[in-house]
Write a protein that binds this ligand. Structure first.
Ligand code: ARG
Ligand code: ZN
Length: 501
């Protein structure tokens, strides 16, 4: 993925680009404190807001409206001002570097968030429309974006973050405020799977378009920002503190983690599990009053990464850890920085979310119907971890099997939103891998897992891709075992692992 142009370069480009000397006509509006200064046209010269045609979405089988077909966002450079943590209020500037795989005469981003104030294409105002009904921000480039051509879109917005309710969970997704019982604002967290990131950032909100992120987040003095990626500069600005993070490996939009809280950061020794034994930095964030019992399992993360990388190959990011949050919500595999509720702060869940760093965050989904490719692999990692601690893998598999037999299961490709995170995605998905392991033995299974991660690194994967890879790497008999677990309307028999020799 190519690096985005820096702001300096962008501002210079604006002056010399088209026939109109834009910069000469422009006024310097006071930029958001701490954010780059951009020349802005006087309002009368800004193109009118317009009703723009709705381009074709990506065509996800569960969420058909998400994303734009052909659009490829390479990088999101995001400046956010969180003036009052614990509320939905925010101001932001998102600078997207994008390209396409087909000619696009309208660019359409998923956005449920605050009011858009200004939209630019390579620094110049263009017609745009914030369609709240469709939850899209559309803009019209001066000339259609050609395949392979790169452009920069700047979106300035302010107001209240959008609301995306998850009916299955009965929870709000995206940028979520936390208050105390009296309603006093406390903190914010993100919980964005599958499509919550659009509540605070204009995005091509589909896992098949992973991108890199740079975040510059300003919060009042005393608050700490934790986010996906490597920590960059931290500096004092007029309104408080500005934190910068660089997520330099592409990740799905839902895997972007961002937290504002009164945290204590705990650094631990780096773990040599990156490519070629490179050091992976370790840091966890705990709310100030976190008990020792909640903190304790995070001391095992280094060991977890050793065990998991022994099966899956090198850890794909330069840093890993967790941010603990107090609300009762599911844990989430936010890249490099697990979102870990206090109530989920157990080894098994930490291992599960850590395994998603390979499966979900690096090998990304091509369609939400295939989410078992995330959940089945992450659940199987729990067994691999417990086995490394001396537990009997056959016993774990048998427990999963009984639950599926008692409560029923389905073929693995989901056909409805209600199925996405059901027991079949997790347990039958995991048992499909267990069956494959039983059929081919540990060395071949390990090679298969590592080959799959290499082959589909940042390449959207669907279930037939996995089956095809199994056939290529392990042969047709093994692939048929996996396929039976994927497709059979009934639960296949529980496989027995061969005794290790
Ligand atoms: N991917 C999360 C996990 O680690 C689950 C999130 C659950 N629910 C949801 N609607 N996203 O298993
Ligand atoms: Zn999971």
């Amino acid at each position: 993925m190519s690096r985005p142009l820096g702001w300096t370069r962008l501002v210079l480009t604006v002056g010399v680009l088209g026939s109109v000397p834009v910069a000469a006509h422009s006024v310097q509006i006071p930029a958001l404190p701490g954010s780059p200064r951009v020349p802005v046209l006087p309002l009368k010269e800004a193109p009118p807001r317009a009703a723009l045609p709705a381009p074709e979405p990506i065509g996800d089988s569960i969420y058909p409206a998400l994303g734009q077909r052909g659009l490829d966002v390479l990088h999101y450079d995001v400046t956010l001002h969180i003036d009052r943590p614990g509320t939905r209020g925010l101001r932001g500037v998102a600078l997207l570097t994008l390209t396409s795989t087909r000619p696009l005469d309208t660019v359409s981003l998923d956005f449920l968030g605050p009011t858009v104030q200004d939209v630019r294409w390579n620094g110049r105002p263009v017609p745009w429309q914030q369609d709240e009904t469709a939850a899209k921000l559309r803009l019209s480039p001066p000339t259609p974006l050609r395949p392979g051509q790169e452009a920069q879109v700047t979106v300035r917005y302010a107001g209240q973050a959008g609301v995306r309710q998850d009916q299955e969970l009965g929870l709000d997704l995206g940028w979520v405020p936390v208050t105390d019982t009296a309603g006093r604002p406390l903190s914010n967290y993100t919980l964005s799977e599958p499509d919550g990131t659009r509540t605070f950032l204009p995005v091509n909100d589909h896992p098949s378009d992973p991108a890199t992120f740079t975040l510059h987040v300003t919060v009042p003095r005393g608050y700490i920002v934790a986010a996906s990626g490597l920590r960059g500069t931290e500096r004092v600005v007029d309104e408080g503190w500005e934190y910068t993070f660089d997520q330099a490996q592409p990740i799905p939009t839902y895997a972007l983690g961002l937290q504002v809280n009164h945290f204590q950061r705990v650094d631990s020794p780096a773990v040599p599990v990156g490519p070629g034994g490179a050091a992976v930095l370790r840091r966890d964030y705990f709310p100030d009053d976190t008990t020792d019992a909640v903190r304790r399992p995070y001391a095992q993360v280094g060991e977890m990464l050793r065990v998991l990388s022994g099966w899956f190959g090198p850890f794909p990011f330069p840093v890993h850890g967790a941010a603990v949050i107090t609300p009762r919500v599911p844990a989430l595999e936010t890249a490099t920085l697990l979102t870990m509720p206090v109530a989920s702060s157990f080894e098994r869940v930490i291992v599960h979310e850590s395994a998603h760093q390979w499966f979900g965050d690096t090998v990304v989904l091509g369609d939400w119907a295939d989410v078992w490719l995330n959940e089945g692999f992450a659940t199987y990692a729990e067994l691999l971890w417990l086995e490394a601690q001396g537990d009997d893998p056959a016993g774990i598999a048998a427990t999963w099997y009984e639950r599926l037999r008692d409560q029923g299961s389905r073929p693995l490709v989901a056909t409805s939103e209600a199925q996405l995170f059901d027991q079949s995605a997790y347990l039958r998905g995991a048992l499909a891998l267990h069956a494959l392991r039983a059929a081919v033995g540990d060395p071949a299974f390990r090679g298969f897992l590592q080959g799959y991660v290499r082959e589909f690194n940042r390449r959207p994967v669907r279930t037939p891709d996995l089956l095809g890879f199994a056939a290529r790497s392990l042969g047709p008999v093994a692939a048929m075992v996996l396929r039976t677990w994927v497709e059979s309307p009934t639960l296949p028999p529980l496989p027995a692992l061969r005794a290790p020799r």
